[in-house]
Every structure is written in C-alpha cells, then in structure tokens.
Design a protein around this ligand. Structure first.
Ligand SMILES: NC(=O)C1=CN([C@@H]2O[C@H](COP(=O)(O)OP(=O)(O)OC[C@H]3O[C@@H](n4cnc5c(N)ncnc54)[C@H](OP(=O)(O)O)[C@@H]3O)[C@@H](O)[C@H]2O)[C@@H](O)CC1
Ligand SMILES: Nc1ncnc2c1ncn2[C@@H]1O[C@H](COP(=O)(O)OP(=O)(O)O)[C@@H](O)[C@H]1O
Ligand SMILES: [K+]
Length: 507
C-alpha cells in the first residue's frame, strides 16, 4: 500500500541539491535518465515498443527544459521520432545538442501558427511538458500558453497523446498548489529529488496525474511542507483497542447534531462516530428517536465525553441547540475535551481555541468563518487557494482546520499540513460531511490525551479520517453514485482492510 507522500517547497529542494551539485553530482543526467525510463515504459504499455513512437518535447528556457531535452535524446536513441518545440528565446544548450546528436529535431514554437503546432502535439504518442519547473514565476505566458490552451481544448479526457509532466505540470504554483492560467493536464508527473506541494495541493494537484518521485539522493531534512497520508500511515494512527480496554477507556463521543424536523444529520454524524470504532456515542439533541432507530447502540442524553461532534444539521437560530453547543464549548475550553466543529457550530466558535478543536468547513463555510474574523474573501477565492485560506483560519482561530473539497486540505499546529485526495467525486453529496465529522470525532475521542501531548496529531487524525472516509466511499460503491449513509456503513470494513494489510491486529 502507498506510504505517506512527503512534499517539499522549491527552495528546500534547491537547497538540498546545492551540496550535491557543488560536489559535481550529475543530477540532470540522473533525472533525465529516470524520466526517459518512465516514458519508455508508458510507450511500451501503450504501443508495444519505443521505436517509431512520436514524441514531442515542449522545452522552456531553464533546466526543466534541459531535463526534457536530455530525456528526448535518450528516447531518440531508442528509435523514437522526437521533435522539440522551444518555447522561449533561449533553451538548454547541452540538452539541445544531445537531442540533435541523437537524431531528434528542434525548432522554435511559431507564434503565428500555434494551431499548426497544436495539431502536431495532438498527433504525438507522448508529450513531455518541460516548459517550467521549480523556477516558474507565475503561469504560462505567450505562445506556449496559447498552444497549451489549444491542446487542452482539443484533447478529450484521457485520450491521446499521453502527457508526461517534467518535475511539475508547467505553470502550477509549485509551493502553494495554485493554477494561474492554463496548465497542460498530465497523465503522469515524474518529479525529481522529492515531490512538490503543488503535486498534492488543490487545484494544481488535479493537473498532475499519477506522481512518480525520482530519488536523487537529496538530504531533505526536517518535517515536510505538505504530506499526503497513505493507508499504512492511517493504520498506524488508528486507535486499536488494548486487551484490557473497556468502553470508557476507548473514548466517548458526544454528538450535538440535527433537529426533530431535520434528524438526518444526527443519524449520519452518530453513525460515522459509532462505525469508526469508539467506546460509546452519546447523542445530545432533539433527534434522539431517529438516531436510536438507526443506531440502537447510541446513548441518548448528556454525560462525560472525550470529544464532541458539533454542528451537523444545527441551526444557530435554534436556541436549544445553540445552548448545547455552547455548553460543549465550555468543556472544550475548560476541560480539554476535543471537538469537531462543523456546519452550524462554526458560527458559534469561540474567538480563540486550541488545535484540539478541528473545524471542518467546506469552502463556503470557510469564507463565512473568515468573515466573522474580519477577513473578506469569496468562496471562489478559497477554492483557488485552499491552503492559503485554511492557514489563515488556523492562524486566526488557533484550531486545526480541515477544509473539505475534491482534495481535502488540513492545517494544524507546528506547521502540519496535509492534502488528501482519497474519495471519488461521487462523495460530493449531502450528508457526506456529517459522516466525516463523526469519524473524526471517534478518532479524537480515542486519542485526546495524545493530542494534548502533541497538538499537531490532531491534523494527522483529521487527514486519516479524510482518507478512511474517501476509501469507504470507494468501497461502498466502486465507480458509481453513493449516499452518505452507505459511506458510514463501509467504514468498518475499510478500517479492517487497512489494519489487516499492515498487520495491525487487535491486541
Ligand atoms: N537544480 C538541479 O540541479 C536540478 C534541477 N532539475 C530541473 O531543473 C528545474 C529547475 O530549473 P530552473 O531553475 O532552470 O528553472 P525552470 O523551472 O526551468 O524555469 C526557469 C526559466 O523559465 C523562465 N520563466 C519563469 N517563469 C516563467 C513564466 N511564467 N513564463 C515564461 N518563462 C518563465 C525563467 O526566466 P527568467 O526568470 O530567467 O526570466 C527561466 O528562464 C527543475 O524543475 C527540474 O526539472 C533537475 O534536472 C534535477 C537537478
Ligand atoms: N469533487 C469532490 N470529489 C471528492 N470528494 C468531494 C468533492 N467535493 C466534496 N467532496 C467531499 O464530500 C464531502 C461533502 O461534505 P459537505 O460539503 O460538508 O456536505 P454535507 O454538509 O452535506 O455533509 C466532504 O467530505 C468533501 O471532502
Ligand atoms: K514542467
């Protein structure tokens, strides 16, 4: 199973490269060789052989273009028909010379005939996108931007040509995951030395396709800038009961969710918590009958808890619910109880909390939360820069922030940042967020003491909940429409599979 994918900002990759370059290590040769191996493998899988394949290299002015040209040269030596289109006034001399010596061709993009060049790109078996790498400042500009636009418009989803991004899809925000302007969506990104945040952060990550990391022997030390948990990591984080465990020791989750008229959120949040594996779920609210009908093991009524799930289906105008949420916040502030704060409870969040409180807004809710803190930002701006705004919310509230979306971004204490893309797009359905809140509540209840010891753990648990939630959706209905309750029902088997695969068994 996939282990954690760690990613590093451009400056840290450069700093790690420096001593090796100073010692004369041939990093570009190594990178280009690995890139050509990956491309050759894809070509063999698609058409049986490398010889005769049509390869177009888009080569920018810098070393990213150099990588692409050198890889093109190696492919040409294996019989591929390689054409490099240079996209700037300059290009990598050595790379160009290697390509020409290997029998490849090289010419400049024709600014007045972008459509012709686009047709040539579209007719290729594979395109190497080596326009910009970690030296990019802003998005693609000029003729190459128009070329990429024309190619993107004409390239049906997943169809020819295969696009391989060199290090990163050109023009993405390497460190922040933004997309300024057009980007050529890749099927595969071959990245050098270590992965970059933009390969896992939305919306740029959606242009990266599959990511392969080429080890260049860089000493990338210290915590990663952004991590994406894999199933192994989640199995290690999951609270597995000890032989001596009893229900209270395993953790109790208190759920304040739903109303008598809208009981669904109460059922979904309670189900998420119960099915994630917790000592007990207490439901506090007016939808107890519906909760009990769906989950007879839930205890209805207040009592001591280790973590709260606050807000799904809660209207802040409902005085009784508001009181219950506020009482729970007392426990959070004064007794150190952990909390998941979702939907309606976000409006009731105290000014300042700790990272043992995890906010779970979607982009619209995050914009509203920030407005309460005097930050004026639109939902669409949050969607364009999720990391920036999740970080802003973390800084302003002190809470761990899990920002939901096609890729879920988590920002927590001590610079912890995670990006998780585990669920199918079918997961964007009403009530799915309520289930996620419940699952996360279960994790926090079981590990609240550990969270107080290491507050950044709350972010890891939030990322773990997102992974299990996403994988549960895949398991519930592979490749088809799903409903929220089915996601909750698939959680136990999803967790069991993760634990079995890593040999983590109940003691
Ligand atoms: N270091 C190493 O040892 C290794 C590095 N490796 C490879 O090197 C890559 C980094 O190479 P790099 O530093 O040359 O930068 P790169 O991304 O090619 O772009 C710089 C050029 O683009 C230009 N430019 C910038 N923005 C632009 C825009 N928006 N639109 C248009 N132009 C723009 C910029 O112009 P300038 O700023 O000079 O005006 C400059 O000319 C890295 O991603 C990896 O692939 C591997 O080989 C492993 C070993
Ligand atoms: N495009 C998408 N692809 C995959 N998952 C998504 C996408 N959009 C949203 N999601 C996920 O679906 C869930 C929706 O939650 P939310 O918006 O809170 O819905 P609700 O409030 O109705 O429960 C979240 O887990 C979110 O990360
Ligand atoms: K690139």
């Amino acid at each position: 199973m996939r282990p954690v994918l760690l990613t590093w900002n451009a400056a840290r990759v450069r700093a790690a490269e420096e001593p090796l370059l100073a010692a004369g290590a041939p990093l570009m040769a190594h990178a280009a060789f690995a890139l050509h191996v990956a491309v050759a493998r894809e070509l063999r899988a698609r058409r049986g052989r490398v010889a005769g394949a049509v390869v177009v290299v888009l080569a920018g002015a810098g070393n990213n273009g150099g990588d692409a040209l050198h890889a093109g040269a190696l492919l040409a030596r294996r019989g591929a028909r390689v054409l490099a289109l240079t996209t700037a006034q300059r290009w990598h001399d050595e790379g160009a010379a290697a390509l020409l010596a290997a029998g490849g061709r090289l010419r400049a993009l024709v600014p007045d005939a972008v459509d012709d060049d686009a047709a040539q790109v579209l007719a290729a078996d594979v395109v190497l996108d080596g326009v910009l790498g970690i030296g990019a400042r802003g998005g693609l500009r000029g003729p190459v931007a128009r070329l990429v636009e024309a190619v993107a418009a004409a390239r049906p989803d997943g169809d020819s040509p295969l696009v391989v991004a060199v290090d990163v899809p050109s023009g993405i925000g390497v460190d922040d995951g933004t997309r300024a302007g057009t980007v050529l969506d890749a099927d595969l990104t071959v990245t050098f030395g270590g992965a970059k945040p933009g390969l896992v952060l939305p919306p740029a990550a959606w242009a990266a396709g599959r990511v392969e990391v080429v080890d260049l022997g860089l000493a990338l030390a210290g915590p990663a800038d952004v991590a994406s948990l894999g199933p192994d990591d989640v199995a290690a984080l999951w609270p597995v009961p000890e032989r001596a465990a009893h229900k209270y020791a395993r953790g109790v989750v208190g759920v304040v969710a739903g109303t008598r008229t809208y009981p669904g959120a109460a059922v979904l949040a309670s189900s998420g918590a119960a099915l994630a594996g917790v000592g007990m779920v207490r439901y506090v609210g007016d939808a107890g009958d519906a909760v009990l009908a769906a989950r007879p093991e839930v205890v209805v009524g207040p009592g001591r808890v280790q973590a709260w799930v606050l807000g799904p289906g809660v209207s802040p105008d409902d005085a009784a619910q508001r009181r219950r949420v506020q009482r729970a916040f007392d426990g959070v502030l004064h007794r150190g109880e952990a909390a998941v704060v979702d939907a309606g409870a976000l409006d009731l969040l105290p000014e300042r909390v700790g990272p043992h409180v995890v906010l779970t807004p979607h982009a619209g809710e995050l914009a509203r939360l920030l407005a309460q803190h005097g930050v004026d930002v639109e939902r669409t701006a949050v969607e364009a820069e999720p990391l920036r705004w999740a970080r802003e919310a973390h800084d302003r509230t002190g809470a761990t922030v899990l920002l939901k979306g096609g890729t879920t971004v988590v920002v927590g204490a001590h610079g912890a940042v995670y990006a998780q893309s585990d669920g199918p797009t079918w997961l964007a359905t009403a009530g799915a967020g309520d289930v996620l809140a419940g699952v996360l509540g279960a994790l926090l209840a079981a590990r609240v003491d550990d969270v107080h010891e290491d507050p950044s753990l709350a972010a890891a648990l939030a990322a773990a909940a997102a992974l299990v939630h996403g994988r549960a959706a895949h398991r519930a209905v592979p490749d088809g429409p799903i409903v929220a309750l089915a996601v909750a029902h698939a959680v136990p088997a999803t967790v069991a599979e993760l634990l079995r695969a890593t040999g983590t068994l109940a003691r």
